[in-house]
Design a protein around this ligand. Structure first.
Ligand code: GLA
Length: 323
């Protein structure tokens, strides 16, 4: 008899550094207590059959043989995407039958899709008896996301989920994929608040990625650009997009420094500046998210707050001094 297994992957919240990962910039996410769990067992047939606590219809997938982008129900696309990527890496994935459940609000900007990808990769590797480095798992899950959703996401979510430690932020250099764990000082509390549902599969996220590609044709890699380079960009919109990315990369590094020096008010200011930059220059916020950040700041002890993740809704993240 095949032994039943239970495997989990966390969601993530990004403290600072949004829309910087797909141009090789800096990000500072951390994994959450919330996450996605798969329970089940290896089966002798080759199919993967999964039921979900949140979806009415089960999925049935043949690893390596499916076209992920065509699968219904749609959550099966992520599963098929991951299984295909593993097969492409030469991992022979046995069949599996199981049930999936999550404590992550879906469509909340807390990376429910990346958590689904990573938990599926972990299950598949466990039953195949194969070990892969966390970075390799993150990269294959990112490719699966591109295929499954058509969203050209960066590496932040999948890498944070595969290498993150509880209650600790992860500073990631999205160019080299080097990462460093950053302690959250005891005096501080990180608060994540769900505001509104959103989806990134619309065109807006891809539009921003396209804008960045156009900018890089003019001034070279955004990762190495400075504010002085902005004067070489004639297009007003592209200039604002570039200003967000360049300043956001600086804010991530300054934020880590501020935490290290226990300069908490500066850390809070940087979060607010990040939100403003996302709202005005990158245009990924909206009035509801802006109001949520202001409301959050009116509560006692709040040091800073900002929208977190891809934007257009989702969650805000705040930094509070513990009382
Ligand atoms: C989404 C993407 C990430 C990242 C963020 C914005 O979460 O999946 O790769 O680009 O948006 O920072």
């Amino acid at each position: 008899m095949n032994t039943p297994l239970t495997v989990r992957a966390s969601g993530r919240v990004n403290l600072i550094g949004d829309h910087t990962d797909y141009t090789g910039g800096w990000v500072l996410p951390m994994i959450l207590d919330l996450g996605t769990t798969v329970e089940g067992q290896r089966v002798s047939e080759s199919m993967w059959t999964l039921t979900s606590a949140d979806e009415p219809d089960a999925i049935s997938i043949e690893p390596g043989l499916s076209h992920p982008e065509t699968i219904e129900p749609r959550w099966g696309r992520y599963v098929a995407g991951v299984l295909n990527e593993l097969q492409a890496l030469g991992v022979s994935v046995p069949g599996f039958s199981g049930h999936i459940s999550t404590t992550l609000p879906i469509g909340s900007g807390l990376s429910s899709s990346a958590a689904l990808e990573v938990v599926i990769a972990r299950v598949a590797l466990a039953i195949a008896g194969v070990e892969l480095e966390p970075i390799a798992i993150a990269l294959l899950c990112q490719r699966a996301e591109h295929v499954a959703s058509g969203v050209p996401c960066g590496i932040m979510d999948q890498l944070c989920i595969t290498v993150g430690l509880p209650t600790t932020a992860t500073l990631i250099d999205c160019q080299s994929l080097a990462f460093q764990h950053v302690e959250i000082p005891d005096e501080l509390e990180v608060i994540t608040r769900f505001i509104s549902h959103r989806t990134l599969s619309g065109s807006e996220y891809s539009d921003r990625v396209n804008d960045c590609q156009r900018i890089e044709k003019i001034i070279g890699p955004l990762r190495h650009a400075t504010i002085a380079d902005l004067e070489n960009i004639d297009d007003e919109r592209l200039q604002r997009r570039a200003r967000h990315v360049i300043s956001e990369n600086q804010r991530v590094l300054e934020f880590v420094e501020a935490l290290g020096h226990k300069n908490f008010s500066r850390a809070g200011e940087l979060m607010l500046a990040s939100h403003l930059s996302l709202a005005k220059d990158y245009e990924t916020s909206n009035l509801v998210m802006d109001a949520a950040v202001s409301d959050f700041m009116s509560e006692p002890g709040m040091l800073g707050a900002r929208m977190t993740g891809g934007g257009f809704g989702g969650c805000i993240v705040g930094l509070k001094r513990k009382t």
